[in-house]
Design a protein around this ligand. Structure first.
Ligand code: ZN
Length: 258
């Protein structure tokens, strides 16, 4: 069984380079053979990218999260475009809108989101979407600006009706450890209704720890719990479901290797 963790904040799990490389190794031992490393800022990206250079099974996304909209550095667009030329960059993100804690920076966020989409279109890369209480605005913006390479709704938290509306676009829906929680009918209904080929999984470590490990900091090595939950909802044997999810991940990030 092999798994693909489509969203992991390795730099937030550990600060130390050796610990970060070990986290990747432990994940691999648990079946997580590939993962996408995510950073919220370009400063963090540079550190993690260099720390994980030797880990060839780690891919990277580049972007400035909407959660950074209050402390945006000037010239971020050109810096980001420089980073996009590096090896194993598979996506732009995370980008999107956060109307939770950061709602006072809405205008900045919309501007950032549009710029990320434009950069992604020019770089021929998919985008990874962060959505907090901003589903409708995100969908409106995506409709007119999504790159041909598509988008991933990370840590999906909307309902099936929203997914159904979004499905006319080339998008994937990535589910995190919260799918293993009790009373998450909105999420389980969405997984049940979604076509298998649109579903991805992610750890979102160190957040969203699966129920079995509750109260611990999440790690990518816990991802099999999430794969199990999806397999159970879909009524598909976990080995088979895992391979479907793995192939979906390769497709979502336009990776050709097996
Ligand atoms: Zn994240």
């Amino acid at each position: 069984m092999r798994l693909f963790d489509t969203h992991c904040h390795i730099g937030l799990i550990h600060e130390d380079q050796l610990e970060q490389l070990l986290a990747v190794q432990y994940a691999k031992r648990a079946g997580v053979s590939k993962l996408v490393s995510i950073c919220n800022s370009l400063t963090d990206f540079e550190v993690i990218y260099n720390n994980l250079k030797s880990a060839k099974n780690v891919y990277h996304a580049v972007g400035v999260s909407p959660t950074e909209s209050g402390n945006l550095l000037t010239g971020w667009e050109s810096k980001m475009q420089q980073f996009l030329k590096l090896d194993r960059i598979v996506a732009v993100g995370e980008t999107g809108l956060d109307y939770g804690k950061y709602s006072q920076f809405r205008d900045v966020q919309v501007d950032m989101f549009l710029k990320h989409l434009e950069i992604a279109r020019r770089a021929h890369l998919p985008v990874i979407i962060h959505n907090r209480e901003a589903g409708n605005d995100i969908l409106d913006i995506l409709k007119h600006n999504i790159p041909d390479e598509g988008a991933v709704f990370h840590c999906y938290s909307e309902d099936w009706e929203y997914a159904f509306r979004a499905m006319e676009l080339p998008v994937y829906f990535s589910f995190a450890g919260n799918i293993t929680y009790k009373n998450v009918r909105k999420l389980t209904d969405t997984v049940r209704n979604l076509p298998e080929n649109r579903i991805l999984i992610e750890s979102e470590a160190p957040f969203m720890v699966p129920a079995r490990y509750s109260k611990r900091r999440n790690k990518p090595e816990y991802l099999p719990e999430t794969a199990n939950a999806i397999a159970q909802i879909k009524g598909i044997p976990v080995e088979e479901m895992s391979e479907i999810l793995y192939q979906n991940s390769l497709a979502a990030f336009h990776l050709t290797e097996a």
